[in-house]
Design a protein around this ligand. Structure first.
Ligand SMILES: *Cc1c(COP(=O)(O)O)cnc(C)c1O
Length: 235
């Protein structure tokens, strides 16, 4: 077995252990393998190890990789590609045409363009709004106080299906501090769902990466984005 397949198994074991510790069903957490800076071969190794969800930060790199990987898949294997990096206005068409999910929407303008550019006949683009949950000054993401208003607008766009929120907190010193930040994201999602001003229920809480996936699962993550633990360090 390749390292990537072994690494994937180790990550799945971490997820299972964390779910048991939090008395959660391991099926309630989806794993996005973040393949940025790794090539098509690395993706295909992960596919051989059973991985189906992949995340890319850089649009041009991601689109190129999708094009390289897709013809090499065995019949019946369908991948789900997640855009998790900043979406510049001039990239919305590429994203809408090539990705299945975008987790990094934080402006209405971007969402409108993604909706317009989603090709007819394809399922709506699945969207998470990125939230700046810990107030990091120069970070992407809407401030928590602006989330609901943006969500209400995005929920109406025909080419998109709003699914939830994504956050990338700053590294924190210990498990409890990390849990506290993730807990804020979980609380925000619950607050919006219970306020009932959205025409739909948000079911996705995308938090947790290589270093904090246990804390994220503890606080209710439904989607992890893991790169380093699967593919190795990006140097
Ligand atoms: C790179 C990246 C990840 C993966 O981070 P690792 O620490 O390598 O697991 C997850 N989410 C986003 C938005 C990223 O940019």
């Amino acid at each position: 077995m390749t390292n990537i397949v072994l690494n994937l198994q180790a990550v799945r074991d971490r997820i299972t252990t964390a779910c048991i510790a939090s008395v959660r069903d391991a099926q309630s957490v989806r794993l996005v393998a973040v393949s940025k800076k790794f090539g098509p071969d690395a993706v295909l190794q992960a596919v051989a190890g059973g991985q189906r969800l992949f995340g890319e930060n850089y649009i041009a790199e991601g689109v190129e990789k999708i094009a390289a990987v897709t013809p090499r898949l065995s019949a019946g294997v369908l991948l789900e590609w997640h855009c998790i990096g900043p979406v510049q206005s001039n990239k919305t068409r590429l994203v809408a045409e090539h990705f299945d999910w975008v987790q990094s929407v934080d402006r209405l303008k971007t969402a409108q363009r993604l909706s317009e550019h989603r090709p007819e006949g394809r399922a709506p683009l699945q969207v998470c709004i990125q939230v700046n949950i810990d107030g990091g000054g120069n970070k992407s993401g809407v401030p928590p106080g602006e989330l609901e208003a943006l969500a209400i607008e995005i929920a109406q766009l025909p080419g998109l299906q709003l699914r939830g929120i994504m956050a990338i907190p700053e590294p924190t010193p210990d498990f409890l501090a990390t849990c506290a930040v993730h807990q804020k994201a979980k609380a925000l999602l619950e607050q919006i769902n219970s306020a009932g001003r959205l025409p739909l229920r948000l079911d996705t809480l995308s938090i947790g990466m290589t270093d904090d996936l246990e804390a994220a699962i503890h606080e209710g993550s439904t989607m992890l984005r893991v790169g380093t633990a699967i593919f190795g360090s990006r140097s």
